[in-house]
Design a protein around this ligand. Structure first.
Ligand SMILES: [Mn+2]
Length: 405
């Protein structure tokens, strides 16, 4: 229920106000929903006189969380991730810091009273339909101060960026935020046959929100290790600048160049073949792009004649031992992203082939890796560097067992 969520936000805000330091640390995701979430929270807390330290993370890696929770007496806010790992944060926190979670993914309740999970999933709202991370942060900001209504359009950008539409239109709380922005003259909604188009009214004219979401995704994903997220948060709050325009253009060119070089390597025989899985390892060649790019690259090649349409596709990318703004950290992990061809997509949908949401987490767990976002047709996890072949081998073992069992 929305009322219960707002009440819980109200109480959490009281707790924040009772903290001895007027300072918060905001940790947020690097896609368009995550950047808009970070922007909304930063401005809302600053308006209340808080000093805000903002950190953009591609994933809430356990090693990063352990370092964060070496602190004591701080106010920590997680946005657009961490809803599901509230029990882990509780274990790390042990009552020592005030932790707020403003996520919208499937969530679990916290077990430490000083970890307050405000994920709407725990309050009967659907995070893949009704409410984005940005809209969750917007509701929180508005509860803190009604003046934060002027960020409704930023919430709508995040909601469109995450792409959760019903019959081509935003619904529920996401729609409320968009309508508020329409009333303020910051967004225009155009109806068409397939649903609605959302347009941002800017000083330079109208900009489709879908395009602006992609702009933010490039800054946060491709530009992750080059201050892209900082530029992206600035763009959410102040609009685009010549600097941001130049950066997005450069980042798109870098992405094209690095993808083309990798395609050439695959054409030259870099794609390795196991019985059911074809795989490759870009190692550190995608740097300085973020590790979201290995998934984007798999997407780009999954329907080409580079790959065998009858096998699963897996790509590895080494995760740098560095979090921008946070410093060096020994992650020692490699990310694996998996996709399938359109033909295999049909097999999985029909239940004739194992979904990636079963295959990859199972193999990853056997190697003591970290599973986060796994769906039946797209999945990604991390394992220790050097375990790439072992992971492929585990998947083959699981698939053999499935075939003969
Ligand atoms: Mn999101």
């Amino acid at each position: 229920m929305l009322n219960v969520l707002i009440d819980a936000m109200e109480q959490a805000i009281q707790e924040v106000r009772h903290m001895p330091e007027r300072a918060v640390q905001v940790f947020h995701h690097n896609d368009s929903d995550g950047l808009t979430s970070g922007a909304i929270l930063t401005r809302a807390f600053e308006r209340q006189g808080f000093e805000v330290s903002r950190f953009c993370l591609e994933k809430p890696y356990p090693a990063v969380l352990e370092k964060v929770y070496e602190q004591e007496g701080k106010t920590l806010v997680f946005a657009d991730f961490a809803g599901r790992i509230a029990p882990l944060l509780s274990t790390l926190n042990q009552g020592r810091n005030l932790t707020l979670i403003l996520d919208h993914h499937a969530a679990e309740a916290a077990t430490d009273p000083r970890v307050i999970n405000l994920d709407p999933d725990l309050f009967g709202l659907k995070g893949d339909r009704d409410i984005s991370g940005s809209t969750t942060c917007y509701l929180f900001a508005r509860t803190m101060d009604p003046a934060n209504r002027d960020m409704a359009h930023i919430a709508a950008v995040g909601a469109v960026g995450d792409g959760f539409f019903v019959d081509g239109a935003l619904v529920s709380e996401n729609r409320e935020a968009a309508m508020e922005a329409v009333q303020q003259g910051l967004i225009e909604i155009r109806k068409h046959d397939g649903g609605e188009q959302y347009l941002l009214n800017t000083a330079e004219g109208q900009l489709p929100v879908v395009e602006f979401g992609d702009y933010l995704d490039v800054l946060g994903g491709v530009g992750y290790y080059q201050q892209g997220p900082d530029i992206g948060v600035g763009v959410c709050l102040e609009g685009t600048t010549p600097e941001s325009e130049r950066m997005v253009q450069d980042l798109r060119a870098v992405r094209t160049k690095l993808f083309d070089e990798e395609i050439a390597r695959l054409q030259a025989g870099a794609l390795q073949q196991a019985p059911h899985v074809q795989w490759f390892d870009v190692e550190t060649r995608f740097f300085p792009m973020g590790v979201k790019m290995i998934g984007a690259f798999c997407d780009a090649i999954r329907d080409t004649d580079l790959i065998d349409p009858g096998k699963y596709l897996a790509g590895f990318q080494t995760i740098p031992d560095e979090i921008p703004g946070f410093g060096a950290i020994g992650l020692n992990q490699v990310k694996i992203s998996m996709r399938v061809s359109p033909a295999m997509e049909e097999e999985i949908r029909a239940g004739r082939a194992m979904g990636l949401n079963v295959l990859l987490p199972e193999a990853t767990t056997r190697l003591g890796g970290f599973s986060d976002a796994c769906h039946s047709l797209t999945a990604a996890t991390t394992v220790a560097i050097g375990r790439q072949e072992a992971l492929i081998h585990e998947m083959e073992t699981i698939l053999e067992g499935d075939v003969h069992g």
